[in-house]
Design a protein around this ligand. Structure first.
Ligand code: UTP
Length: 407
């Protein structure tokens, strides 16, 4: 196989090392490597050199619908939401393509067993939450599940083995997101074998274009579906297809909705919802200045006090208009396995490289406005991010117990 052309491309991006093992590879292995290299959109490397904070933006607090306000109109919201679900206006998207490197589980995060004396996987908990609404609305809701090439087989077979957790499999649609190469801290693409690049899922923001590539949008556009509820795999207590949330978002007339929790303390490491140049925006905890972190509203609450739980409602009509929008890539420092100069696979324990990810929060910014919908922290926010400590298996188990689950 002639690799000269590929080498020229690699030279352009200072990545010639990717062909360093060429002489020891079989024809089939070279072909595999070249296919991987040809599939790369090398512009991803530009995001390494983007100046940070170059854009001047005006950040302001955003109003939220508090739990108290929600309770006042609970009946109206619930009936609006339930009716919309009965009319087939809602579908669901479970973001399950992440690698869960912080949890360090060797299977997809959704397969992790939260049970102690019995099996209670994260997927089973999420499906149980969804089934509650399916029963209440007396209708199946289309559920899209995003995986990556890396965890597709494990995820689909887990669902199959567990009989889809009682869900109607005709309403479950799996699809895969794209992969991006990972680099070392100097921007050189890492390899996991002499004939394979280190590839990882391209973040949780590109799901709409991945659904498009998977050919799923035509059926959505030709259906009564108007809303998509997008949520993370790792919040084991979250309300999915929540009629209250959907009803309140519809009644508010706002373009999208985001579930939030009140920050436990001003320094808490969660993204806070706010406005940037008048548009809904999520500001990372480390981007908040000290003044903003402690800034108060007139009633004494924190001005930037609502953290996002990664549970959103987006309108299909607006998403359709964003299909040409190129999501920005965020450079995230993470643990990336690689082969060393002796071709040994190294599994680092500390972050050693960069992954390139699109983020769901950039899609929020494409919406004109957003209903910020407060949920009870103790009842709806139990993220499983880490092995131990904050937002870990232990903290999530405690919260499950507090909510009546027997583990
Ligand atoms: P996280 O940002 O927590 O990433 O994902 P992660 O990959 O699961 O975990 P770490 O950071 O490696 O420990 C938040 C949500 O977005 C999904 C995850 O599956 C989770 O539901 N996600 C993340 C994707 O679907 N694709 C991705 O490429 C990244």
């Amino acid at each position: 196989m002639n690799t000269k052309k590929i080498l020229d491309t690699l030279k352009l991006y200072k990545q010639e090392h990717l062909l360093q093992y060429e002489e020891s590879l079989t024809e089939a292995e070279i072909k595999n490597l070249c296919t991987q290299i040809n599939n790369v959109d090398w512009n991803f490397l530009d995001s390494l050199n983007k100046p940070k904070g170059a854009n001047k933006s005006i950040i302001q607090p955003i109003d939220a619908l508090s739990i108290k306000d929600i309770r006042r109109f609970e009946d109206t919201y619930r009936s609006t939401g339930l009716n919309a679900i009965k009319e087939g206006k809602l579908c669901l998207l479970l973001l399950a393509g992440g690698q869960g490197t912080r949890l360090g589980h060797d299977k997809p995060k959704g397969c992790f067993n939260m049970g102690i004396t019995k099996e209670m996987s994260i997927f089973s908990l999420l499906m149980e939450n969804t089934l509650k609404v399916v029963k209440e609305a007396d209708t199946w809701i289309h559920l899209y599940i995003m995986t990556s090439d890396i965890n597709y087989d494990d995820t689909t077979s887990f669902f199959e083995e567990h009989n889809y957790f009682g869900y109607n499999p005709e309403y479950i649609h799996f699809f895969v997101q794209e992969l991006n190469p990972s680099t070392d801290l100097n921007g050189k693409v890492l390899m996991v074998s002499p004939c394979s690049l280190s590839l990882s899922p391209n973040g949780n923001g590109g799901w709409f274009s991945s659904m498009n590539k998977a050919g799923l949008l035509t059926e959505i556009f030709n259906s009564p579906i108007e809303w998509i509820n997008v949520y993370a795999v790792d919040n084991v207590l979250q309300g999915i297809a929540d009629p209250l949330f959907l009803g309140a978002t519809i009644e508010s007339g706002k373009m999208c909705g985001s579930k939030v929790v009140r920050k436990a303390f001003p320094e808490e490491k969660v993204g806070a919802i706010c406005k940037e140049n008048g548009k809904p925006h999520i500001i990372e905890y480390y981007e908040l200045s000290a003044d903003m972190r402690y800034q108060k509203n007139e009633d004494g609450s924190l001005a930037y006090g609502f953290g996002v739980t990664l549970n959103y409602l987006f309108p299909i009509s607006r998403l359709k208009e964003t299909l040409d929008y190129k999501m920005p890539l965020h450079v995230v420092k993470k643990v990336v396995p690689y082969i060393d100069e002796n071709k040994n696979l190294i599994n680092p324990t500390e972050p050693n490289g960069f992954k390139f990810e699109t983020l769901a929060l950039d899609l929020i910014h494409e919406m004109d406005d957003c209903l910020v919908f407060e949920v009870e922290r103790e009842k709806e926010f139990a993220p499983v991010k880490n092995k131990s400590g904050v937002d870990s298996i232990d903290t999530a188990r405690e919260l499950l117990k507090k909510n009546g689950y027997e583990l």
